[in-house]
Write a protein that binds this ligand. Sequence first.
Ligand code: 15L
Length: 255
Amino acid sequence: MVKNVLVTGAAGRIGVCLTDGLPQYGHTLRLLDRMPIDRTDHEVVRCDVTDAGALRSAMDGVTAVVHLAGVPSTSATFEELLTANIEGTYRVFEAARLAGVERVVYASSNHAVGFTPREELAPADTPVAPDSHYGVSKAYGEALGRYYSDRYGMRVAALRIGSFRPRPKLPRELSTWISLGDMVRLVHACLTSPDLTYATVWGVSANTRNWWDHAAGTALGYEPRDDAEEYAAELGELDRDDPDYAWVGGRVVES
Ligand code: 15L
């Protein structure tokens, strides 16, 4: 069923991708960001995600939230993450609850589990093992999502996103890449699956060299189509003692 979707952080890279891609599935979007958004084809709300009153109004009539807003950097300090990633994520879940929003799709990251040795095909519910304060902030968002799901019956998908780009740029990304089209397909599946209660799901394309188990996404109806392998010749091989080979979070564990 199509949704009235509030997208936070809509001015960011994933936000722009979803703004272009989700309407083709029939969803109506309301775009929220603290930065200006120059679009006339969707309703736009300019506010900070720490503004509880503005968020509450922004949730009116909304049936689902895609929460992307936050500092996206793996090198961010606690102080840099505190306002947007910690307080802002709480404010978004709480405003959604107060407004009776039925589901939230939350942009987590592979860095919430980045300190996991990269050995087998890792399940999407791999236990939290952050590789950075950024990863810790994403694990916090996952925990909030789980709480709102268990306590209030909200349907929550926490996407452990890999490397979101138009095309992979590093050898690691032959395994961790998620294309723009697959990101749209993943979020659409999480917005509509009748089977979602709470789930962590890998945000990754159908890469030949995939390290992450697609089962949780498949169970929600996600069918990735893109494969980083077509860029393999230009990107080269990963050395086995390269941290990008050894850890889910790659070189971030040593930075
Ligand atoms: C992320 O979560 C970051 O936001 C992004 O900057 C990349 O580091 C990405 O993960 C990745 O692992 O490639």
